[in-house]
Design a protein around this ligand. Structure first.
Ligand SMILES: Cc1cc2nc3c(=O)[nH]c(=O)nc-3n(C[C@H](O)[C@H](O)[C@H](O)COP(=O)(O)OP(=O)(O)OC[C@H]3O[C@@H](n4cnc5c(N)ncnc54)[C@H](O)[C@@H]3O)c2cc1C
Length: 311
């Protein structure tokens, strides 16, 4: 039996695993995805890289600033100044380098989708598609609306997290041939809330043309969430071309991504939820706020709580 199973290899799950592992605990992290990082993600297309989840990260707290600093020391992250002159940290050569760096040395099982977490005596069974893990304690760090799928809608923790809200988001990854254009400010009601030239970030490969990531605003994302992704890409590309002042025939690549649970709209207001016997925890950015640092704060707080108990 494993001491602790953590479900989700996003920033919250990795922060929790890192601290427990460093304290000598036996931890396994499972994630249904093919890559580490959850919403801190990088998609490759040929030589191009697109950060289609969080585009950058910053720290308000000293401890998380140290984490980013250490990632920088190992060349997993670097500073980047955006077109507004703001300085951020970004993963190198893509944002996914940040969770990959955090996961170094951890036991992470990718491609492992959990479909139920059920009590078994004094421990828990974590049931996956093709295998089952037994653990003394389980930490679930999936987006709040997905936790009911693992525990069942009647589980007592579901009532505790019922007020959490997460908003969806649509993302466009596009490549433009020729001279690198400059994004013009959006007019009122422009459906794109953010446009970033990804190839201007440090450590990206030299490419022919330029690589862009555009995020749709909330109204557009809600309105087109269930549309086929090629249709979403076709819509968003027109808005992007307008903002960049280029004709659509210069677009050499356009792919849309749907984030059903993109950003936290209404957080829980405490760093985690747990059963009174402290054998089952729920955490993630949605406990604290909409930022990567909030996910890290939640995962770290769970680990600290677990470490105060006898395992
Ligand atoms: C488009 C976009 C833009 C953003 N912009 C910013 C920004 O500018 N600044 C910022 O700080 N933050 C930003 N964020 C938010 C940031 O990405 C998140 O706050 C943070 O990554 C959340 O981490 P997490 O670990 O809580 O959750 P997640 O990253 O969602 O991790 C949860 C993990 O659980 C896994 N999982 C789910 N269900 C199962 C299952 N049944 N079995 C196994 N595994 C499962 C998922 O695969 C995922 O890897 C942005 C996010 C998006 C999507």
């Amino acid at each position: 039996m494993t001491d602790i199973i953590i479900i989700g290899a996003g920033i919250a799950g990795l922060a929790c695993a890192r601290r427990l592992n460093d304290a000598g605990r036996n931890v396994i992290v499972v994630d249904k995805g093919r890559g580490i990082g959850g919403r801190v993600a990088t998609r490759r297309a040929g030589d191009m890289r697109f950060d289609h989840g969080a585009p950058h990260v910053s720290a308000t707290g000293g401890e998380f600033a140290n984490v980013l600093c250490r990632l920088g020391d190992y060349k997993h992250a670097a500073s980047w100044v955006d077109t507004a002159g703001e300085t951020w940290s970004v993963g190198t050569p893509g944002m996914s380098a940040i969770p990959k760096g955090m996961a170094a040395g951890l036991d992470v099982r990718l491609g492992t989708s959990v479909h139920a977490v059920v009590l078994n005596g004094s421990g828990w069974d974590v049931q996956c598609d093709e295998q089952k893990f037994a653990a003394d304690r389980v930490v679930i760090t999936v987006p709040a609306p997905q936790a009911a799928g693992l525990l069942g809608p009647q589980h007592p923790l579901m009532a505790e997290i019922a007020g959490v809200e997460m908003s969806p988001g649509l993302t466009l990854m596009a490549a433009i041939s020729g001279n690198v254009p400059t994004a013009r400010p959006g007019k009122a009601h422009d459906p794109l809330s953010s446009i970033i030239q990804d190839c201007s970030k440090p450590g990206r490969p030299d490419i022919d043309g330029s690589a862009w990531v555009a995020q749709a605003g909330l109204a557009f994302s809600h309105a087109h969430l269930e549309e086929d992704r090629p249709d979403v890409a076709a819509r968003m590309v027109l808005f992007l071309c307008d903002r960049l002042g280029v004709t659509p025939d210069r677009v050499t690549h356009a792919v849309a991504h749907r984030w059903r649970y993109s950003r936290v709209a209404n957080p829980l207001g405490q760093p985690f939820a747990r059963m009174p016997d402290a054998t089952l925890y729920l955490g993630g950015d949605w406990c604290v706020g909409p930022l990567i640092e909030d996910a890290w704060t939640s995962g770290t707080a769970i680990a600290d709580d677990l470490l105060t108990r006898t395992l």
